[in-house]
Design a protein. Structure first.
Length: 293
């Protein structure tokens, strides 16, 4: 018997008539009769006796019933599992994130993910761009959320957020409005490392404007720059996500010169994404749209 034969047989058993089976299967009554007749021809015996009282299952058909019911139980289980997979349940996602994005973006996203997909699990690792890229190349994670820069040809980069870096000043600073990079350099601008994604932007704009910072400190972690400003160690330039975390402790001002940065989703070109990973990416995009608005 073919699966369609079994499906019609089960529907007739359940409904008790050809017309009822047609309604269950959402097909025409002649279609059900045709498939049922074809099944009986293939088997070489009848499944139902046709009588004025309706269809009565034959002894041969009755012998098939336990196997048919077991098959449909498995089919229903497959349907339930497929729906769970569609929703991301039972799937494990490994994601990497830049440190500041882990604090400001991934923390609320993971709360939403757990609420919407309680059966899914996530492994979050924060790190710097080079570490995240290497982990992706070695299949140690499914995708990463990072600040944009040049990526390996084996990776695909999707830009999902753009903004300009902002200046961090002590809360009691008299400065108001946009501040120039020249003023920041004269007031102990704390430098980002040049190999850092944001550090590359800052160093390029400083060179273009012929500026040389006085500070000898080159710092890799953005939150450490904010902490140094808070401790009276100078002024800094960071991404808007780090700045938001210090909005009650430091003065945040725009910079006259544009210091653009972008946030990207990184993944391997040859690695398909699970439904849970796709859902997680959707939540990340939505959170960034909220922040942008």
């Amino acid at each position: 018997m073919r699966l369609r034969h079994i499906e019609v047989f089960q529907a007739v058993l359940q409904a008790g008539s050809v017309s009822g089976a047609a309604r269950l299967l959402n097909v025409s009554q002649p279609n059900v009769s045709r498939v049922l007749n074809h099944a009986e021809q293939q088997l070489g015996f009848t499944l139902f006796d046709r009588s004025p009282q309706g269809l009565i299952v034959t002894p041969e058909g009755r012998r098939l019933m336990p196997e048919v019911e077991a098959l449909f139980s498995h089919i229903q289980a497959i349907g339930v599992l497929a729906e769970q997979l569609r929703q991301g349940e039972g799937q494990h996602v490994r994601i990497g994130s830049a440190h500041s994005l882990g604090h400001s973006v991934m923390a609320p996203v993971l709360v939403d993910f757990r609420r919407q997909i309680p059966g899914g699990s996530v492994e979050l690792v924060t790190g710097h761009f080079n570490t995240l890229s290497q982990d992706l190349l070695h299949y140690k994670m499914d995708f990463a959320l990072a600040f944009g820069e040049q990526v390996s040809s084996e990776l695909v980069s999707e830009s999902i957020y753009r903004a300009d870096m902002v200046a961090l000043l002590p809360l009691d600073s008299p400065q108001e409005g946009p501040v120039a990079l020249s003023w920041l350099c004269d007031n102990d601008l704390l430098m980002l490392q040049q190999q850092d994604p944001l550090g590359q932007v800052l160093s390029r704009v400083l060179r273009e404007n012929g500026l040389t910072p006085r500070s000898q400190l080159h710092i890799k972690t953005y939150s450490v720059i904010a902490d140094l400003v808070l401790a009276g160690g100078g002024v800094g330039v960071v991404d808007t996500f780090t700045a938001r975390r210090y909005s009650d402790q430091l003065k945040i001002l725009p910079v006259v010169e544009a210091l653009p940065f972008e946030v990207i989703l990184l993944s391997r070109k040859d690695q398909p994404q699970s439904q849970a990973a796709i859902k997680l990416k959707q939540l990340i995009r939505h959170k960034l749209w909220e922040l942008e608005a």
